[in-house]
Design a protein around this ligand. Structure first.
Ligand code: UGA
Length: 433
């Protein structure tokens, strides 16, 4: 099938390359010209496991193209995915100006029937506005449908998630739209992946409700972890004990420094606002946010309890990305930790296998902040090592070497990557254990 994708950001680029890889002919339109030039050469401006390989393969085989020309993109196909940003505005609501702008542009270039699909995360009933906007600005009467098809991709494993979805959710209002989606997603339904077909409002709501539920699950276990510390119980045992109940499930019960990233913090905030706009107070989610903030504070308090005075201490930090397998540092806990320790006058040696370039934009190298290309180099003469992201390479670290390099063998682990019973050589602290 022919597919247009508007926006070559995170969601757009994964959507475009994966649909191309499934054998579709994809045109992806992006307004940032420099990114289009790079993408045309097979260079991705975002880091995502496996993306470069599949991008290059599909460019070579002629199934994907990139352009800045919106008119060409709209006229190219019947199916148009909107994958533009919906960032948080100052009041916590989603800023929908890019969705509105794109809707007006689509309206201008309509040339026959179009199925316009929201993939960006939007508040419930945004499809009504998209529909109204296109109808208002369309220069000729053309038939079109607006549908919702939210994404459930985790950064770092987005291609895997796209190709192996737990479920595909689409919200449609016409038989025609339904039939197009059934055909588009046939490679998945043939393999037994469920396709849930509902109306657009329900699909929009499912996205916010899913992310908020997962954030709530993390905050729940983090609150349990705070209690575990008080009563001397290992939170991992508790998580296992709860998670083995199929009704709860084991996933997303890893206690630690809390959630970050471009999705959970923003989506929980937006969902609270959506409820508020409808006269409902979503106290459960407000508490979710509160616990998440408390967890970062608790990690910093722990450092102070252990180190007493942070000033002039050499502190090594392993992990800056908000989670492993990404270079993304948006809402990363490491930002709060480094900011506070720098203000305390600590000397910080930072290491992350992917996120250092992004981190340098916020914390340039300075007298107190140094970056290292090797995780062990960052440990030289350290008084403590903080672990903030659970990269596999940290789990596999040579602990003998770690101990030899450090001035004091103190590890404060915000992600519980080691077993306390294996850490006899160290003064080892973790979360909720
Ligand atoms: C999340 C959702 O998992 C995706 O389904 C969704 O599509 C995406 O948001 C989105 O809305 O675009 P993502 O933000 O990439 O994906 O990352 P997750 O793997 O969900 O992790 C989010 C945060 O929660 C990370 O900071 C992670 O460290 C933290 N986390 C996760 C925990 O602290 N404990 C856990 O048990 C799991």
């Amino acid at each position: 099938m022919k597919i247009t994708v508007i926006g070559a950001g995170y969601v757009g680029l994964i959507t475009a390359t994966c649909f191309a890889d499934l054998g579709n002919e994809v045109l992806c339109v992006e307004k940032i010209e420099s990114n289009v030039h790079k993408l045309q050469k097979g260079i991705s401006h975002i880091y995502e496991q496996g993306l470069t390989e599949i991008l290059q393969k599909n460019l070579e085989e002629g199934r994907i193209r990139f352009t800045t020309d919106m008119e060409e993109a709209v006229k190219f196909s019947e199916i148009i995915f909107i994958c533009v940003g919906t960032p948080q505005s100052d009041d916590g609501k989603a800023d929908l100006s890019q969705v509105e702008d794109v809707s007006r542009q689509i309206a201008q270039y309509l040339n026959g029937y179009k199925l316009i699909v929201e993939k960006s995360t939007v508040p419930v009933n945004t499809h009504q506005w998209v529909k109204k906007t296109i109808a208002r600005y369309a220069h000729e009467k053309s038939e079109f449908d607006v549908a919702s098809n939210p994404e459930f991709l985790r950064e770092g494993v987005a291609i895997h998630d796209f190709m192996n979805p737990d479920r595909i959710v689409v919200g449609v209002e016409s038989e025609k739209a339904r039939t197009i989606f059934e055909k588009l997603y046939l490679p998945f339904t043939n393999e037994g992946h469920p396709l849930l077909i509902t109306n657009p409002a329900a699909a929009e709501l499912i996205k916010h409700a899913s992310n908020s539920f997962l954030a709530m699950k993390i905050s729940y276990i983090n609150m349990i972890s705070a209690l575990c510390e008080k009563v001397g119980v290992d939170v991992n045992m508790v998580a296992q004990g709860i998670g083995l109940d199929n009704r709860v499930g084991e996933k997303f019960l890893n206690a630690g420094i809390g959630y970050g990233g471009s999705c959970f913090p923003k989506d929980v905030q937006a969902f609270i606002k959506i409820a508020e706009d409808h006269g409902l107070e979503f106290g459960l989610l407000k508490e979710t946010e509160k616990i998440n903030a408390f967890q970062r504070r608790a990690f910093l308090d722990k450092i102070e309890d252990i180190m007493w005075i942070n000033k002039d201490k050499n502190i090594a930090v392993w992990g800056l990305a908000f989670k492993p397998d990404t270079d993304d540092i948006r809402e990363a806990p490491a930002i709060d930790v480094v900011r506070e320790l720098e203000a305390n006058g600590a000397n910080l040696s930072l290491y992350d296998q992917e996120a250092m370039t992004n981190f340098k934009n916020i914390f340039p190298e300075s007298k107190r902040i140094k970056y290292f290309e090797d995780k062990y180099q960052a440990l030289k003469d350290a008084d403590a090592l903080l672990i903030i992201t659970e990269w596999d390479e940290f789990k596999q670290a040579d602990l003998k070497k770690v101990k030899e390099l450090m001035r004091l063998p103190i590890i404060i682990d915000g992600r519980n990557i080691f077993e306390p019973s294996d850490m006899g050589e160290f003064e080892y602290y973790s979360m909720g254990r």
